[in-house]
Design a protein around this ligand. Structure first.
Ligand SMILES: [Zn+2]
Ligand SMILES: [Zn+2]
Length: 388
């Protein structure tokens, strides 16, 4: 066994091979623990992707859309009506009305994760690597992320009012496909500027509307898109750093306590080296919160990375989620029409179809980025142009 300077309140591992046998020797799952854990993570990731992407036009007619529809049907058949009604009302309240529920949930999740870091991970890391500073990076990332979150929640996304309607009307031209001239917003009672959308949750039109974010209780539009990207990037950095710290503490404790060199007594009395599955299972029973945090952060990091890459791609190509959604919807409905009446659809509005396959607002890589990162400069520039 390796010598160790580990001095934190670690569990008494005792004679490791005896611990393994007495605790878990008779409780081994039929399926290996590691397989179960990986299976759980895959199933959890799959259902999360289905829930998030199932209604998107690019997925709705594919296998992901089909799985979501089937699951929804099964859910409504199996769950009692009263519970479904209650759940529907709750979902409507959370997703269709402005309220701070998900902001509070986000705060609880972030603080719970950091509570595990402070209570469980710091003592292990300081016990083994006592000369290193383990606090600086996670606390810096936490404050950075919460600061950006605060700015994002309170920032004006680019609300269009009667006073600034004139300015926003000249920023972008109408593309004739997604944005048509003289489309009136009946609620705000003015013609919608190109690239704007009326948010039904916030009840306002927003310039260069991307989407309504329930986590921030705010729309994501031209004026706060840069905060949104900064929020996603700092969130990923926080998740990846949390995962690294959890992994480092678990691997270190397994190495320094001698668990990796432990022997397990089989039913026939033979001693065999510990398997990875048995080791993970043992660590899970000893440090359930750290393993849970590590597993959650691994899934979350991957999902967040995919979401962030998508939003970076939108920034690089000067598109919004709302536009991708609308293009998907138009293409889906065209596909349905084509099945019904091929010739009539083929001859219909070829320019519109051409616009759908191009990126009408693309101005080149650097200009696209500048437009998102410095939205007020872009608006000021166009204000001057429109006043000439
Ligand atoms: Zn409106
Ligand atoms: Zn909104």
């Amino acid at each position: 066994m390796k010598s160790s300077n580990y001095s934190s309140p670690a569990p008494d591992l005792g004679p490791v091979h005896l611990n393994f046998f007495s605790y878990y020797g008779r409780m081994l799952f039929a399926m290996e623990f590691l397989t179960l854990l990986i299976g759980y993570l895959l199933v959890f990731s799959f259902f999360t992707v289905v829930c998030i992407c199932g209604d998107h036009p690019s997925c709705i007619n594919g296998p992901i859309g089909w799985v979501k529809r089937s699951l929804t049907k099964a859910f409504f058949c199996l769950i009692p009506k009263q519970i479904v009604d209650l759940g529907t009302r709750f979902v409507y309240y959370v997703y269709q009305q402005r309220n701070p529920t998900m902001q509070i949930v986000f705060g609880i999740l972030v603080l719970s994760g950091h509570a595990i870091v402070v209570i469980d991970i710091f003592p292990i890391l300081y016990g083994i690597f006592h000369d290193d500073n383990h606090v600086l990076v996670p606390m810096l990332l936490l404050f950075l992320n919460l600061f950006v979150f605060y700015k994002l929640c309170g920032a004006d996304p680019g609300e269009i009012t009667k006073d600034n309607h004139g300015v926003y009307s000249f920023i972008y031209p109408y593309d004739g496909a997604i944005y048509q001239k003289k489309t009136i917003c009946k609620t705000c009672n003015f013609s919608k500027p190109a690239r704007s959308k009326h948010c039904s949750v916030c009840n306002r039109c927003v310039h260069r509307f991307d989407h309504h974010c329930v986590w921030t209780n705010n729309c994501i539009g031209a004026l706060n898109n840069h905060y949104f990207l900064a929020f996603l990037i700092t969130l990923i950095m926080m998740c990846v750093n949390g995962f690294y710290m959890a992994l480092r503490s678990i691997v270190s404790i397994a190495q320094y306590s001698g668990m990796v060199d432990a022997l397990i007594m089989q039913a026939n009395g033979k001693m065999t080296p510990v398997t990875l599955s048995a080791l993970v299972q043992h660590l899970f029973m000893q440090f359930p919160r750290i393993i849970f945090l590590m597993a959650s952060l691994s899934v979350l990091s991957l999902l967040m990375a995919g979401f962030t890459v998508y939003h970076l791609y939108l920034m690089f190509t000067n598109q919004t989620s709302n536009e991708r959604y609308k293009i998907g919807s138009i293409k889906n409905s065209e596909r349905c029409c084509r099945k019904e009446n091929t010739e009539a659809t083929q001859s219909k509005k070829p320019n519109k179809r051409k616009t759908l396959n191009t990126r009408p607002y693309n101005q080149g890589f650097l200009k696209n980025i500048a437009q998102v990162l410095f939205p007020k400069n872009y608006i000021e520039k166009h204000k001057k142009v429109s006043h000439r």
